[in-house]
Design a protein. Sequence first.
Length: 416
Amino acid sequence: MGAMCLSGACMCVLTDTIPLAQVLSSFGSSIVWLIVSAFLLARGFIKTGLGSRIAYHFITFLGKSTLGLSYGLILTEVLFAPVTPSNTARGAGIVYPIIIGLSKEYGSSPEDGTQKRIGAFLVKLLYQVNTITSAMFITATAGNPLIVSLAAGQGVEITWGMWALACIVPGVINLICLPLLFYVIYPPQLKKTPEAPEFARKKLDSLGSMSTDEILMLVVFAFLLILWVFGSQIGIDATTAGLCGLLILLITGVLKWDDIIKEKSAWDTFIWMAILIMLSSKLSAYGVTDWFGQYMKAAVSDFHWLTAMIVMGSLYYYAHYFFASMTAHISALYVTFIMACISAGSPVVLAAFFLGAASSLSAGLTHYGTGSGPVYFGSNYVSLADWWRVGFIVSVFNILLWGTVGTFWWQFLGYW
């Protein structure tokens, strides 16, 4: 991936398509550095053993089945979502280290070829969960407030409560059904673990009291959680918070500089993610997305409004294959696609919510669809082919569920 992206970047420069300075501009992107810091913070959880300790507690209460573990982690995502305005901070910084800890403790690791024992299931499932919880609350990801602003320009005023009420029913049903769907399309090899809770309790006893490094890691974790939730109120964004947490771990010796430079997944991701963000931004800057949107608008203007919304909603969803950011996707296409739906007679509030949900859900298509994606993919538990295959199957399921349950629920609420 890194080699391919560097090749693409070089071709852009050599053909005078994009100046060198602009090609390199995304290496200073805050989202890229947030991804790197999340990788390195996860290393702290693993190195100190705190991730394993947390994993043992999960196993104690929920470890009788892989399904129980998955629902416990889903509940964690849902509880954090309303107060964590960065899905990357929530997924990559909070949930991801626990997933890796659980996988290691169940003997599932890509290093020894046992990734499908349980780790691949949890990694892929929880990434999809991360995109669903992002769709459920205005404050669950940075792109949602932008949608509210853009929808207001089309005469739709959306409050926090209105959004939450609209998305809570399709969102919860989606989260309940998703692990069951994964049991069919991407099942774990390990399904029943009746002896796991007792095993976990014995492991916790053998670990004894928390070490100084574990306590420091826990304090930094709490510090980061507070900043990720409330930092925007005091002018500290998620990336600054992540880098500050990393600095504390370095100063206190929890992580060494060697740990930082040896975390090759972080630096590999740093290169290809930065280039993909740059390329996706240029699709918009050079008018490709405007051309695409205007063409689609003309193509469906004579359709029945329901047909037009299905077509435009699906195109909007799958257009995310070309984006490495939810916000970039929304900025480039949301207004054009909602205007196309409205021009065909679609109820404006219905179109606003359907496209709004699709803005987050569509990030599950690829491993670069949003900031948490490269972190989960970088664990190497899921192959690229499986990631895209499962992502496409889930996308069809999501579109059908939100298109039916969501539409009827929004009509019941009187939104259209």
